[in-house]
Unconditional design. Structure first.
Length: 122
């Protein structure tokens, strides 16, 4: 009886290993990241393009692209809806979006983090 349960355990282990080997390439697929920027005439677009280039070059399995958007307010809305992962946003617009004030008219938007990219920005 012990020998047959050992065989079952061994076959189970082989099957489990096969599943992980087959799933490995699927789990390592490239992740596409959209960076919400602004219009092509402003600073957000080239800055986002540079960030996308660096992430694509140095972050394994990531392909990032800069997307032309309506800038800060639209980027907050796109991020809240899950249509973009990263959006360039002015500090005051991020605060207004989070609190649901100003152009966001009482609707709070979910923002996960922020980093400063302009002088004097926290």
């Amino acid at each position: 009886m012990k020998k047959s349960s050992m065989k079952v355990g061994l076959w189970g282990f082989v099957l489990l290993c096969s599943v992980f080997i087959a799933a490995g390439p699927a789990m390592a697929r490239t992740q596409f990241i959209s960076i919400g920027t602004g219009g092509t005439g402003g600073i957000y677009y080239p800055y986002g393009g540079g960030v996308a280039e660096i992430w694509t070059k140095y972050v394994k399995d990531v392909k990032a692209v800069a997307e032309v958007t309506g800038a800060s307010v639209e980027n907050v809305k796109l991020a809240h809806k899950g249509e973009t992962v990263v959006g360039e946003v002015m500090g005051d617009v991020a605060i207004a979006g989070f609190n649901g004030t100003s152009k966001f008219k009482g609707k709070k938007h979910q923002l996960h983090w922020r980093f400063g990219c302009e002088p004097g920005c926290p």
